[in-house]
Design a binder for this molecule. Structure first.
Ligand SMILES: *[C@@H]1O[C@H](CO)[C@@H](O)[C@H](O)[C@H]1NC(C)=O
Ligand SMILES: *[C@@H]1O[C@H](CO)[C@@H](O)[C@H](O)[C@H]1NC(C)=O
Length: 153
């Protein structure tokens, strides 16, 4: 092999490796649903404290796909493997975009002046087209704890 053809081989291999990285970004293997829950019934109240230790469910048409608990900052994080079936739901970005998040822990747990019933619910949206990160749109308080239909929100 001449020096010239060796150089050419290196260039070709580099281009192939580069394409590999690119297609990995497009064919996402892990999707993350993450966000913060605040201790309020009023989503416009940006000064509300975090809702710590709250149970968060990820629902698809009333079926629980996954759940999580918020940390000390009210933050929750759910990682899902694409192509895996959870409770009969095949995980991909299209199905996740139709899911809702439901906080099942009553607000009275973070503030004794708040309600013992009702839930916070939010639709979720993809942060950007090139990442597999989805975030809550806004957590709205709903008085009915049985609510789990995304179309009713
Ligand atoms: C919600 O919070 C906003 C911002 O703090 C406030 O202006 C508004 O009055 C609040 N609404 C209710 C119903 O408490
Ligand atoms: C959370 O999800 C796991 C796995 O689906 C399930 O075993 C568990 O019972 C759920 N916990 C709650 C509190 O929903």
């Amino acid at each position: 092999m001449t020096m010239k053809s060796l150089l050419l081989l290196v260039v070709v291999l580099t281009v192939i490796a580069g394409n590999g990285v690119q297609s990995q970004l497009i064919n996402l293997q892990i999707l993350t649903v993450t966000g913060t829950v605040k201790c309020t019934q009023n989503y416009t109240d940006t000064n509300a404290p975090p809702f710590r230790g709250a149970q968060v469910q990820l629902l698809s048409g009333g079926i629980i796909i996954a759940n999580a608990t918020t940390d000390i900052n009210g933050l929750f994080n759910i990682n899902l493997n694409v192509g895996v079936t959870l409770n009969g739901i095949l995980i991909n970005v299209d199905i996740l975009e139709t899911c809702i998040l439901k906080v099942t822990t009553p607000l009275v747990h973070c503030n004794a002046l708040l309600t013992t019933s009702g839930v916070l619910v939010s639709s979720i949206t993809r942060l950007s087209l090139i990442t597999g990160v989805l975030v809550p749109e806004r957590f709205i308080f709903v008085a009915l704890s049985s609510l789990d239909c995304p179309h009713a929100v």
